[in-house]
Design a protein around this ligand. Structure first.
Ligand code: TLP
Length: 345
């Protein structure tokens, strides 16, 4: 089976497991886990921020950021297909108790005029616009990269209104691998950035939230409130640190495999693939619309490929460290066969 549902499906490598088994650990709720502390220092340095906090998941990292940047009843601007709006189980309504203002875009870049229009005048009867969240790379738009110049312009705009800026950088590493822009350069315009180790980097669990020292101290309180105090978490942090040091360089391979797969699908002309969107390790494509996604995914599963759902009408294939070049080609051939199978055509 070629599993392209997500880059979250990876298994820790042998070497990663060895490092995990040997990791020095302590009670991280007391701040005494040397492996967690080493990871946090490394990530803060890499992203050019004062401090970092290891959190169990990307969702928790994003939600802590929302809770700290906003007061209940504030408004947060997000892109309409963002992970925060789509896949975080309405957590902003439950945890930070904020309202989301969702602005559509073609590839994750909210047009700046739309952004400007959405900023609320400071009247007591409007919600207060407190935060802008940008997602880089943008998952549902197909792993598309935000240009640094766009981020800088958006930051310049919202700063004028005293609005904070948070980056959902679950796949920021992919944006860096695709552009050569460093994590520090990408993080610079933001107050806070969330990054994941459990996606393309291949660590089993974990994300980090980075920002100012004062912000991260408060974030530690929120992590505890949410039940994210993880005691001997060094065993996981060691895997994350290993992944950061050894698996970042190879992300380029996943991008090449995604492009190869997308080109094969596009050439066969059986599904619609927009090659302009294939910028990193994700390929979204339009499957034959007379069947449901479930029926299409089942036809692909019968051929030995697992896919996930993207935007309505779109399937998603994600490339990761267990997928070879040969499997990327094979997956495209199998999907082409699935599309041509009875009941699908
Ligand atoms: N994304 C997952 C699913 O939740 C859709 C995936 O398979 O791609 N931000 C972004 C942009 C993400 O893509 C994800 C996970 C998260 C946040 C949340 O990370 P976790 O799963 O660690 O909470």
């Amino acid at each position: 089976m070629i599993d392209l549902r997500s880059d979250t499906v990876t298994q820790p490598t042998e070497e990663m497991r060895r490092i995990m088994a040997q990791a020095p650990v302590g009670d991280d709720v007391f701040g005494e886990d040397p492996s967690v502390n080493a990871l946090q220092e490394y990530v803060a340095e890499l992203l050019g921020k004062e401090a970092a906090l290891f959190v169990p998941s990307g969702v928790m990292g994003n939600q802590i950021a929302l809770a700290l940047h906003c007061r209940p009843g504030d408004e947060v601007i997000v892109e309409a297909a963002s992970h925060i709006f789509t896949y975080e189980t309405a957590a902003p309504a439950v945890i930070a108790r904020v309202q989301l203002c969702c602005l559509p875009s073609a590839m994750g870049q909210i047009p700046l005029e739309e952004l400007q229009r959405a900023l609320r005048p400071r009247e007591y009867y409007f919600p207060r616009t407190a935060l802008l969240c940008l997602e880089n790379t943008h998952n549902r738009h197909g792993g598309t990269v935000l240009p640094l110049s766009y981020i800088e312009q958006a930051a310049e705009l919202v700063r004028r209104y005293g609005i904070a800026l948070h980056c959902d950088g679950a796949r920021l590493w992919n944006a860096c691998a695709a552009t050569g822009i460093t994590p520090r350069q990408y993080a610079e315009p933001f107050d806070t950035v969330m990054v994941c180790f459990s996606k393309g980097l291949g660590a089993p669990v974990g994300s980090a939230l980075v920002g100012s020292r004062a912000f991260i101290e408060e974030a530690r309180r929120w992590r505890k409130i949410l039940g994210g105090g993880m005691r001997q978490a060094g065993i996981l942090a060691a895997a994350a640190l290993y992944a950061l040091r050894h698996h970042r360089e190879r992300l380029q391979e996943d991008h090449e495999h995604a492009r190869l797969f997308a080109t094969l699908l596009a050439d066969a002309a059986v599904v619609e693939v927009d090659l302009e969107r294939v910028q990193t390790n994700i390929v979204v494509f339009r499957y034959p619309q007379k069947i449901s996604f479930a029926a299409f995914a089942e036809a692909c599963r019968r051929e030995g490929v697992l896919l996930s759902q993207g935007l309505p009408g779109y399937a998603r294939a994600v490339f990761h460290l267990h997928i070879s070049r040969q499997q990327a080609c094979e997956a495209a051939q199998r999907i082409i066969r699935a599309v041509r199978s009875p009941g699908v055509v």
